[in-house]
Design a binder for this molecule. Structure first.
Ligand code: URA
Length: 236
């Protein structure tokens, strides 16, 4: 059966579909010796698909990791500017994994990494609305109208956000801490939502993704998900 090349590359665990599309556009993928184009399809049984000259194999074992990302690391596989990348923290992991969704350079916390492109695509698809909870530290106080706007939906340049949940608001003199739960995954969404309601974020940490929590992982540490957790994620 013919399928899109980015889907096959993701199924082989080499990259997310989006990253695979970039590889195809960069002429790194060939089918039966010819450079493939975006939108091309192939049959893994009948066609010879190569990425960077290496044959695509579909049976690679799947790996699922949960990392407590420190600030100062980028979540992409490579960084043209030479900044630290999250895979620098996974020295014992022998297969290539990629982040499910992104955390900004200066955002800390829970990051899921896998070579399971299908699960990654499902978890990041807007239709699936996976809850993500962030611990936010902001300068000053969160006034009632700002809180209400976060809870009702905030107008951003890419459209109105869905209502967020605000919980556990604590003030400590010059700062306020709160937990914000969103179900979307737009670029820099939490920072942009807070800015839009007049708040300035001074620290951001993801502490929950669906049922997964950081629990006991120190900054920079990671663990493998249990088979039970992987099953639950696949059912979301
Ligand atoms: N929202 C942000 O603003 N940054 C992140 O890293 C994640 C969510």
């Amino acid at each position: 059966m013919k399928e899109r090349l980015q889907k096959l590359i993701a199924a082989a665990g080499l990259a997310s579909r989006r990253e695979a599309e970039r590889w195809i556009s960069a002429d790194r993928v060939t089918v039966n010796g010819r450079v493939a184009g975006l939108g091309d399809q192939a049959d893994v049984e009948e066609d010879r698909i190569e990425v960077d000259g290496r044959p695509l194999r579909l049976e690679q074992a799947k790996v699922y990791l949960l990392l407590n990302k420190p600030a100062g690391y980028v979540t992409t596989a490579r960084d043209p500017q030479g900044r630290k990348v999250v895979s620098d923290l996974l020295r014992d992991v022998k297969v290539r994994v990629f982040a499910v969704g992104r955390l900004d350079l200066n955002t800390e916390g829970l990051l899921l990494l896998t070579n399971d492109g299908d699960l990654a695509a499902r978890l990041t698809h807007p239709r699936h609305q996976v809850a993500k909870t962030y611990l936010v530290r902001m300068r000053g106080a969160l006034n009632t109208s700002a809180r209400q706007r976060l809870e009702e939906g905030v107008k951003l340049e890419d459209g109105l956000t869905a209502p967020a949940k605000v919980a556990n608001v604590r003030s400590s003199g010059s700062h306020t801490w709160l937990e914000l739960t969103i179900n979307e995954g737009r670029n820099r969404q939490v920072r942009r939502m807070c800015e839009a309601v007049g708040c300035s974020v001074s620290r951001l940490k993801r502490i929950g993704l669906a049922f997964l929590l950081l629990e006991g992982l120190r900054l920079g540490q990671y663990r493998h998900l249990t088979t039970g957790e992987v099953k639950r994620l696949k059912k979301l």
